[in-house]
Design a protein around this ligand. Structure first.
Ligand SMILES: [Zn+2]
Length: 367
C-alpha cells in the first residue's frame, strides 16, 4: 500500500512536488517532507500516533510561505517563554561544550617524564623476525651492553619470507637471516641469540608460543624485557602483534605464578617476575633512551642485515643523519618505547605444609 501511494520511497530521484490540491476534510496529515533516501538506507521511523511536543528549534525557525503549519500551535506567550528557556539551555550547553575539551583532555605523558631504568641488569629482547630488534632498539641494547648489562635476544621466526628474490627459498633465507642476526649480536655485545624457529608470517598467539617464552623467562630471569607493542592501533605485521601479545601475557601473570606451565619445575625452573617492559613500535611512546652516542653501533648492527637493506649502505645512513642534523641541529637521537612497569612486590614463596613436604626444585644454570 505504501509503495503504491509513495512510489518514490527507496528511489534515488527526488519526490514529486506536491500539487497543492486541497485535501478533503478529516484526511490524514501528510508526512513531514523529507529528502529521498538512498537505496538500502535505514527505513523511516513509524509515524507517531499523537502530535509530539514541538522542538524549540522548529519554533525559532522562520516558516517558509506555503509550508505545512506546525503540528501544534502554541499560544504566543507560551511559545515565547519556551523559546527563551530553550535558548538559555542551548547557551548553557554550548558553554559546557566549550569548556569540556579543556577539562576532559588528560595531560599526555612526556617521553622524558619517567625515570631511567636502573642498571646494569639483565634484559631480554623478544622479537618476531631477525632485524626487528636492531631497527627498533639496537641503540638501547648497545648502550646497555656498554654499561655492563647482560642482553639476550629471542627471535621467534627466522624471517624466511622476507625477500623478492625469485631464486630464494625459505630454508636458505632463514639460514642467511639467522647468521645476519648473530653477526649483529656480536657487534652489539649481546650475550646469546635464541631462535624459536616458527615460520615467518605464521605465528599465532598460542599457548605453545606463550609457554616457550615463559620457559625462557624462567630460565634467563631478565629484569627488563623489550618486545613489540601488540596493542598499537595502527598497521602492524601479524607476527609483531602475536609475539608482542604472547610476551606480554607471558610476563603478566604467567611467568610469576608457578602453577602455569608447572612442568617447568621438573626442569628446575622457578617462577620469576619481570619488573620493566619496554614496548617497541608503540604509537604512544612515553619513555625514551638517548642513543646519540650509540647511533653508529646501531647502524653497524643494522648493516649486518644485508638481505633486508635493498642495497643501502653506511653512507646512506650517514647522509640521512647529516640531513637531520641540518634540520634539527643538536637534537639527540632517541629510541622510544611505551614503558610498562610492574611495580608489585615479588610473591614470596610460602613454606610448604609439614604434612605434605614438597622437594625444592633444583635451579638450572641460568644465563
Ligand atoms: Zn619484523
Amino acid at each position: 500500500m505504501d509503495d503504491v501511494r509513495r512510489p518514490w520511497r527507496g528511489l534515488a530521484h527526488p519526490r514529486p512536488r506536491r500539487t497543492g490540491v486541497a485535501r478533503p476534510r478529516g484526511a490524514r496529515t501528510p508526512p513531514p517532507r523529507r529528502l529521498p533516501r538512498a537505496r538500502g538506507a535505514a527505513p523511516h521511523r513509524p509515524r507517531r500516533t499523537r502530535p509530539p511536543r514541538p522542538p524549540a528549534r522548529r519554533l525559532g525557525l522562520p516558516v517558509p510561505p506555503g509550508s505545512r503549519p506546525p503540528l501544534v500551535q502554541l499560544p504566543h506567550t507560551l511559545a515565547d517563554a519556551l523559546r527563551r528557556s530553550m535558548s538559555k539551555g542551548k547557551e548553557k550547553r554550548q558553554k559546557k561544550k566549550r569548556q569540556q575539551p579543556e577539562a576532559s583532555v588528560a595531560p599526555q605523558p612526556q617521553p622524558d617524564a619517567l625515570p631511567p631504568i636502573q642498571g646494569p641488569a639483565r634484559a631480554m629482547v623478544i622479537m618476531a623476525h631477525p632485524d626487528d630488534a636492531d631497527f627498533l632498539c639496537a641503540g638501547t641494547v648497545a648502550k646497555w651492553c656498554a654499561e655492563g648489562w647482560e642482553v639476550i635476544y629471542v627471535v621467534v621466526t627466522s624471517g624466511d619470507k622476507g625477500t623478492h628474490d625469485p631464486a630464494m627459498h625459505p630454508e636458505k633465507l632463514a639460514a642467511i637471516r639467522e647468521e645476519e642476526q648473530r653477526e649483529a649480536c656480536r657487534v652489539l655485545g649481546v650475550k646469546e641469540c635464541i631462535f624459536l624457529g616458527y615460520p615467518d608470517g605464521f605465528t599465532s598467539e598460542s599457548a605453545e608460543l606463550r609457554g616457550q617464552i615463559v620457559r625462557l623467562l624462567r630460565l634467563y630471569r631478565p629484569d627488563v624485557v623489550i618486545t613489540w607493542d601488540a596493542f598499537r592501533g595502527t598497521f602492524n605485521h601479524r607476527d609483531h602483534r602475536n609475539v608482542g601479545q604472547a610476551t606480554m601475557d607471558a610476563i603478566y601473570p604467567i611467568v610469576r605464578d608457578r602453577l602455569f606451565y608447572q612442568h617447568h619445575e621438573h626442569e628446575g625452573l622457578e617462577s620469576h617476575q619481570v619488573n620493566e617492559v619496554l614496548l617497541a613500535g608503540a604509537d604512544k611512546p612515553d619513555y625514551s633512551v638517548d642513543i646519540t652516542d650509540y647511533w653508529e653501533k646501531k647502524i653497524e648492527a643494522i648493516l649486518c642485515h644485508t638481505s633486508q637493506l635493498g642495497g643501502r649502505t653506511k653512507e646512506d645512513f650517514l647522509r640521512e643523519r647529516a640531513e637531520r642534523e641540518k634540520r634539527e641541529p643538536g637534537k639527540p637521537i632517541e629510541e622510544r618505547f611505551r614503558r610498562w612497569s610492574i611495580r608489585r612486590p615479588m610473591r614470596q614463596p610460602q613454606a610448604a605444609a609439614p604434612a605434605e613436604p614438597r622437594p625444592k626444585p633444583q635451579r638450572a644454570a641460568a644465563g
